[in-house]
Ligand binder design. Structure first.
Ligand SMILES: C[S@@+](CC[C@H](N)C(=O)[O-])C[C@H]1O[C@@H](n2cnc3c(N)ncnc32)[C@H](O)[C@@H]1O
Length: 281
């Protein structure tokens, strides 16, 4: 059975919400922060706006948007996972962030008392069975002229040169596990058609990807290797008979990849970080 043939066995959210996975998201958020910041600023998230963050997880994008909208604005983070909402709410309290609130549920299906100036989301449409339908429902929560901005990944461009077999294998495992779990590993490139199918104006798009060799002074290559393989995917790979835990050796995977790229002097290119935005007409 190939991963493509078992997509119909989709679980709602393949990565789960273990404390370890939420911590991985926070480390990953450090890598993503400058990219999402550029995206939100370029798209037009500005002081005073009322923003909805869809699938807020630990709240990293919510807090970033809250900084951009300032004290006169407000960001509502919505996530269907109660544990994520508890964690994000505690972070807001601990960091004394007053212009955010978190609500449990699917914001494409929930009522809100007011329309939003902007709807944002990161790494969330890739987990929807019908991303265009989700976007269409979310657009109803937006004012006319309101901004809709999504940051999604795309594994199409991840590679290494000279080829680092463990890194390349790791990327294939992630792609297979996402597909087995019913997620879309190429959502970034599919954003355009999702916006258009949702009857939104065709989006402006932008793509960035981390790239570097083993001695990358920015530290991004080591962050990338640490976060690239969510441990929760091991169970999915085993369940669908793609790879066994002993072969994946998740505990040592980042170290093994780092040693290999050091030995081979390989440059690695991470997955693409794709942004798309438009305004409701
Ligand atoms: C990969 S995490 C990303 C979290 C956060 N946006 C970030 O970038 O750090 C995806 C989150 O979206 C949530 N999610 C997925 N589909 C959702 C939906 N339809 N409604 C609400 N939350 C959803 C999941 O529960 C999970 O917490």
């Amino acid at each position: 059975m190939t991963p493509a043939s078992i997509n119909s066995a989709a679980a709602p959210y393949v990565l789960g919400h273990s404390a370890e996975e939420l911590q991985r998201l926070t480390l990953q958020a450090r890598l993503l922060e400058p990219i999402t910041r550029r995206l939100l600023l370029t798209a037009g998230v500005a002081p005073g706006m009322r923003v909805l963050d869809v699938g807020s997880g630990m709240g990293d994008e919510t807090f970033l948007a809250a900084e951009l909208v300032g004290p006169a604005g407000h960001v509502v983070g919505a996530d269907r996972a109660p544990f994520a909402i508890t964690q994000a709410t505690e972070r807001a309290k601990a960091e004394s962030v007053a212009n955010v609130s978190f609500v449990e549920g699917d914001p494409s299906k929930m009522p809100f008392d007011r329309l939003f100036d902007a709807v944002v989301g990161r790494y969330v449409l890739m987990y929807q069975r019908d991303p265009a339908a989700t976007l269409h429902a979310l657009a109803i929560r937006l004012k006319t002229g309101g901004l809709i901005v999504f940051h999604e990944l795309d594994w199409g461009g991840a590679r290494s040169w000279p080829p680092a077999p463990t890194y390349d294998q790791c990327c294939r495992w992630v792609i297979d596990a996402l597909r087995c779990g019913g997620a879309e590993p190429y959502m970034g490139t599919k954003l355009y058609s999702a916006f258009v199918q949702a009857a939104l104006p065709p989006p402006v798009m932008h793509l960035e990807a981390p790239i570097g060799g083993p001695a990358d002074p920015s530290g991004r290559v080591t962050d990338l290797l640490q976060t690239i393989f969510p441990r929760s995917l091991v169970a999915t790979l085993e369940q669908f008979d793609v790879a066994q835990a002993s072969e994946i050796d998740a505990d040592n995977l980042p170290g093994r990849m780092y040693e290999e790229i050091t030995k081979l002097r390989s440059v690695i290119v991470g997955r693409s970080e794709v942004g798309a935005w438009s305004r409701k007409s």
